[in-house]
Design a binder for this molecule. Structure first.
Ligand code: GDP
Ligand code: MG
Length: 298
């Protein structure tokens, strides 16, 4: 539905690892996040967060960190960054003012003449540095022809409103892409649970009446970059549990392997997935269980 004067578009957040891209996206979409697997909507496969504000909607792409590709994995990650920039109305360049490096400067140099999108230069983590250091960095960044330069703290929220107004003013008129009611404050958690549930249903076909629920027990990012995930699959009966586990674990193994591939693509990093199966009679009707599971089953 296209309202007159309504604004919308895509915004990609780019920057080197650890500058705060994910934190910024989560802070901006907050409890208004509508997280959807891009696969379902478009051809891309990155996380999106949707910010639905007053009269506008910005769809965020959280890209893996820009870095010098060394491995072929690095190359494919850079490809996904490039594809995130195609058809994007706004590019948000994110730098960390407490740790500004040559790589950041190179990235900005590279996009200096880029004209296919509006450019917002966001200087993050201002809670970590004093005024003088910030002023010095601003001077150093003056060469970059950004439409807006916004210092902020994704962590404390300081300056976020300014970024939101800048985004709104730079967006073109456009349709409301997503309904405003896909609300979750745990986008990755929710999406990972949905991926596991999808693979379970795919592999089990219609063998489990009333379906299954998935709860993410833990998501831990190891220093090595591997993300460890533990999830519990809920079903109603012991007989269902045996089917889900399969002969010497073959079924749960297949579900886990398929889910892991998609989860790795979603997170842009390697993942370790541990699945448990638990019988909770009538899990569908238990309000608290459902709340913990993060969704109401259809
Ligand atoms: P990404 O790799 O660019 O997605 O970075 P993350 O969002 O994962 O953030 C990397 C680290 O920086 C995390 O430990 C965040 O908590 C931290 N961080 C992000 N934004 C801020 C900020 O504004 N201030 C401070 N002090 N830390 C931040
Ligand atoms: Mg990130």
């Amino acid at each position: 539905m296209q309202n007159k004067g309504y604004k919308s578009g895509f915004a990609a957040i780019i920057g080197r690892p650890n500058v705060g891209k994910s934190t910024l996206m989560n802070a901006m979409v907050g409890d208004k996040v509508a997280i959807v697997s891009e696969k379902a909507q478009t051809t891309r496969d990155r996380i999106m967060g949707v910010l639905s504000g007053d009269g506008y909607q910005a769809v965020f792409l959280d890209t893996p960190g820009i870095h010098t590709p060394r491995s072929s994995l690095g190359h494919s990650m850079m490809k996904s960054v490039e594809s995130a920039l195609t058809d994007t109305e706004i590019i948000i360049f994110l730098v960390d003012c407490s740790d500004f490096r040559e790589a950041d400067e190179k990235l900005l140099e590279q996009y200096r003449e880029y004209k296919k999108a509006s450019k917002i230069l966001v200087i993050n983590k201002i809670d970590k540095v004093g005024r003088e250091k910030l002023a010095a960095l601003l001077a150093r960044l003056a060469f970059f022809p950004a439409d807006e330069v916004i210092p902020l703290s994704a962590k404390t929220g300081d300056g976020l409103d300014i970024l939101k107004s800048a985004i709104k003013s730079l967006l073109p008129e456009g349709p409301k892409y997503f309904p405003e009611d896909y609300i979750t404050d745990k986008p990755e958690r929710f999406l990972i649970a949905e991926l596991i549930r999808e693979k379970a249903l795919l592999n089990l076909r219609d063998e489990i009446p009333h379906g299954i629920g998935v709860e993410i027990m833990a998501i831990d990012k190891a220093k090595t970059g591997v993300v460890h995930i533990e999830a519990t699959l809920y079903c109603e009966k012991e007989s269902h549990k045996s089917i889900i586990i399969g002969k010497s674990g073959s079924m749960i193994g297949r579900i886990g392997a398929a889910a892991r591939i998609d989860i790795e693509r979603l997170l842009g990093s390697r993942a370790n997935l541990k699945l448990w199966v638990k019988v909770v009679p009538d899990w569908r009707n238990r309000a608290s269980e459902l709340r913990n599971l993060g969704y109401l089953d259809d």
